[in-house]
Design a protein around this ligand. Structure first.
Ligand code: GAL
Length: 420
């Protein structure tokens, strides 16, 4: 009897102590929840590099790495929307600079302006004005870009190209020639991993860019160029032709699965953003030795850009700590640790170029000299609602390959989403 009472008393005391400790931690809670979709090779390591810097500067903060797997935010964005609508935002989240940031979150009044941070850290002079413009709304700045990615890159397996004596294709005609040689030798020419459909839209936006050229491509997002024009129709037809050269399991594969097919020599090429460069490096490949790159067919001179940024939602549970994270994201040290691993180039213009490899240096140079156009799939050109509808049309188009139908549906979407 006595023994049981003693044990009960002890349990009671322990429970009391535990509740005191947990109340204590809740009150002085030092946590940071960073929400992103960086889980694949290269992405995860890049995020880890940023985390390390943050943790070294803030050793008493518990870092919560809240990732939702699925390239291009294909799953994360829905989870984020649910949390934001339910009033439980993370402390900070990954968001594409441009329409995705502005139309989904800023115009809805869900974000805090960050001008104070840009002023405090003198960032106005180190970020390109064009980038500041697309993260601004009514004169205020709303996120901290950590990088610039290029969407229009064709990556190829150098050993396979050498074996068949092939040159990386500069035009779509070159592409079809190269693809025929590869197919005749039993190699699937182009790897696509469009599980979640976005990688198909990604491929299409770059075929569009090649077919239309940068000015007309830009016009698609402003209403100056119609989607039911002859140019877009021919891009759609070219896309259908390209689909004849892809792996049959594409719908079950992710973007990194497709990049792995290129590493394995199962496929010879893939058209993907330069996070593929981060992926190849994370897998131990040497840029320029094991794999090569070229602007996707017909897009030389254009830089199809997107930028990952982090924002500060209103009512962030740990606002002060989130600001410290944003400070790391905007710092030269943070960007120079993150980008060489991620495959992107820094958003800041004052990077230490000695830290970057051959590919990244070429991307930096092209970003200076090329015509910059915004990526659709990655939130720069169009609102998330519009892009989601484009993906819906794309899902059916990839299956049915009906150019007339897709063409009309894309035009209907443009009419609906472009605000006059
Ligand atoms: C993009 C994002 C990149 C990369 C890619 C694949 O949308 O901007 O950082 O992570 O998705 O997940």
């Amino acid at each position: 009897m006595k023994k049981t009472a003693g044990i009960l008393l002890l349990c009671g005391i322990l429970l009391l102590m535990l509740s005191v400790i947990s109340c204590g931690t809740r009150r002085g809670e030092k946590k940071l929840e960073v929400f992103s979709w960086w889980t694949a090779g290269g992405e995860a390591e890049g995020l880890e590099a940023l985390r390390k810097i943050f943790v070294a500067q803030n050793p008493n903060v518990e870092f919560i790495n809240a990732t939702v797997a699925g390239g291009a935010g294909s799953n994360a964005q829905a989870v984020l929307a649910t949390r934001m609508q339910g009033g439980s935002p993370p402390d900070t989240f990954q968001v594409h600079a441009g329409r995705e940031l502005i139309d989904s979150w800023v115009a809805a009044g869900a974000m805090e302006p960050l001008n104070f941070l840009f002023e405090k850290n003198n960032w106005m002079s180190v970020y390109p004005q064009g980038l500041i413009d697309i993260i601004s709304y009514k004169g205020k700045i709303y996120s901290v870009p950590v990088n610039i990615h290029r969407s229009n890159v064709l990556w190829y397996n150098k050993a396979v190209f050498k074996k068949y004596n092939l040159k990386p294709p500069e035009t779509l005609d070159d592409f079809f020639n190269v693809a025929d040689t590869l197919a005749n030798n039993g190699i699937t020419p182009l790897a696509l991993g469009d599980n979640g459909i976005w990688a198909a839209t990604h491929l299409f936006e770059n075929i569009l860019l090649g077919a239309l050229g940068p000015e007309k491509y830009q016009g698609l997002w402003t209403g100056k160029v119609r989607w039911d024009s002859a140019d877009v129709r021919s891009a759609l037809s070219a896309f259908v032709r390209v689909l004849d050269y892809i792996n049959s399991d594409h719908a079950a594969l992710s973007w990194d699965g497709a990049a792995q097919y290129v590493i394995d020599g199962k496929c010879a090429m893939t058209i993907m953003g330069d996070w593929a460069h981060g992926f190849f490096k994370a897998k131990g490949l040497k840029p320029g030795v094991d794999y090569g790159w070229i602007p996707s067919p017909g897009t030389k001179g254009s830089f199809n850009m997107l930028s990952d940024s982090f924002g500060l939602p209103k009512n962030a549970p740990h606002r002060d700590i989130a600001i410290k994270w944003l400070t790391v994201c905007g710092s030269r040290e943070g960007q120079d640790a993150f980008n060489p691993i991620k495959g992107s180039i820094p958003a800041r213009t004052d990077a230490d170029r000695s830290l970057y490899d051959k590919y990244s240096l070429s991307a930096m140079n092209d970003f200076q000299s090329d015509i910059i156009v915004p990526s659709c799939t990655h939130g720069a050109a169009a609102s998330q609602s519009w892009v989601t509808k484009i993906h819906d049309v794309m899902s059916i188009f990839v299956a049915e390959r009906n150019v007339d139908k897709a063409d009309n549906e894309f035009q209907e979407l443009a009419t609906r989403f472009i605000k006059k």
